[in-house]
Design a binder for this molecule. Structure first.
Ligand code: CA2
Length: 148
């Protein structure tokens, strides 16, 4: 059976493609989900794609991932820079974790340069727009299906 990857998205990402296109582009979160759903099958994976504006919801989903997911791709959005709760939850997850940001956070305000999540992420992608999610999924497929 295909392994499941949780793809978790934090606050305000539901507005993607609808506001601030100069920063985050014109692709909607629903379009990113469609793109990843189409990619997952041929990669031998299943995805469970979710978005919440609530920190506790994301924590609950990370706990759920401990039982139901082989890997996590997460864009914690603004919570990246504030959330010890998400850091602590991710620490309990034993599989690979990819942290993804649409924008290059290092080109932006200083408060976006620090991530609470990066120390527990297996890898971090930022600045590649929606393609960053796809790159993370490709890597996840290699990581989860490799025999070595
Ligand atoms: O670049 C990213 O993916 C971010 O995680 C996006 C977060 C931001 O706080 C991080 O520093 C970097 C913001 C997500 C908000 O998304 C919006 C989309 C459209 C309109 C307004 C906000």
């Amino acid at each position: 059976m295909a392994k499941t990857v949780f793809i978790l998205n934090g606050p305000n990402l539901n507005l993607l493609g609808k506001r601030e296109p100069e920063v985050y582009g014109r692709t909607t979160l629903a379009e990113i989900e469609q793109m990843l759903t189409a990619a997952a099958g041929p990669l031998g994976l299943a995805i469970d794609f979710r978005q919440s504006n609530h920190e506790g919801m994301l924590v609950d989903w990370i706990h759920e991932a401990r039982e139901s997911a082989a890997g996590i791709i997460i864009n914690p959005a603004a919570l990246t820079h504030t959330s010890v709760a998400i850091l602590d939850a991710l620490k309990t997850f034993e599989g690979p974790i990819a942290e993804v940001h649409l924008s290059n956070v290092h080109q932006r305000e200083a408060f976006r340069h620090h991530s609470y999540v990066s120390p527990v992420a297996t890898g971090v992608l930022c600045g590649f727009g929606p393609h960053g999610y796809r790159m993370a999924l490709d890597w996840m497929a290699q990581r989860l299906t490799s025999t070595d």
